[in-house]
Design a protein around this ligand. Sequence first.
Ligand code: 9Z3
Length: 386
Amino acid sequence: MPLSTLPVPNRWTRDQHTANMVSPENHTNGQATTLTPELTYFTANPKPTTLDQGLHQARTFIQHHASSNRRVALVTSGGTTVPLENQTVRFIDNFSAGTRGATSAEYFLQAGYAVIFLHRQFSLLPYSRHYSHSTNCFLDFMTANAEGKVVVEDEYQSQMSKVLKQYEKAKRERTLLLLPFTTVNDYLWHLRSIAEAMQPLGANALFYLAAAVSDFFVPAARMVEHKIQSSEDFHRTSAAAVVDNSATKLPAAHMEGKSLIIDLDPVPKFLKVLVDGWAPEAMIVSFKLETDPSLLAEKARYALKKYAHHLVIGNLLNTRKWEVLFVSVAEGENWVRVEQGLAGNGAEAGDDGSGKKDATVEIESLIVPEVARMHVMMIDNCASSA
Ligand code: 9Z3
């Protein structure tokens, strides 16, 4: 589709969307409202202790790049945990290693963006991903020379020095901010706060939501404090009823006889609030993950329609490293594919550790320039319609 015909999504005119929303903490600008689960979530679930520090760093970072009119991408990455106990021994998790997010962050940096990398703690990180979480240990790339100094083996020099240079550039130019989260609650609090902090960037802000966010969680009101006891002789504490919204309910995770029963609540649909309230001028890209190929396009279309954002990138669990489906109002549906035999990132958790990746193509090297191109078009459209 030619540039001039690229539509400006509804939400670029924020008034209709936000006029009738108000949160208990004044996070939107409306008058009166029905309190939806999205709005009550933050009064019912505790603020992470690390939030203020992370937010302070994010604000300084955003201010710095806003002053030079640089585009800033919030890249979310990795899985989210769902703790079953307050003093967490057990939790539910998902498969995501953070390959998509960490790899994409590098390509956004290469494309001139500053990147806030909101990632699951201990998942893959930009640059270090090439040498971590691999079945091949990075120590095998090194050796001690005659003087006893540690050096990189000749065959890994070129790849490692390339990665090192890019990493040092990002550090020197202060274009990469790493912010960790662990639980789905941490993630949601960070997403809201960072999104609001990014508002001064206007259309220069990009949200690239690659994290695999749990659809279900244990609300604070139905979480037990201590480790759930598996032995029937000790069930007393873990099965004690909790009071949730004046109704008495069992804890979300509790023992019944020898079985552990887990009854999770749905995570409210925050994409809608992000689009309408927290980031009304930004470009928003969400990912849709499926396992059934026959559902992917339909589910991606459905998400685009429901949340009225810019772009849904659909991917299948088994083929996500070599093909994705772009679905947008502006450009319809397009598959982005790595040519057969050239797919990089073949190993489950990132790099294959061989250090020899020159012949391979990472799909993010195709995804990110496309997203950046669409973002620039939207910025231009926004400027011309202002
Ligand atoms: C994705 O679909 C990512 O591409 C992957 C990347 C999680 C598949 P890896 O980290 O995997 O490279 O191993 N992310 C979004 C998944 C998600 O939670 N999407 C929600 C949904 O499908 C919508 S926002 O409902």
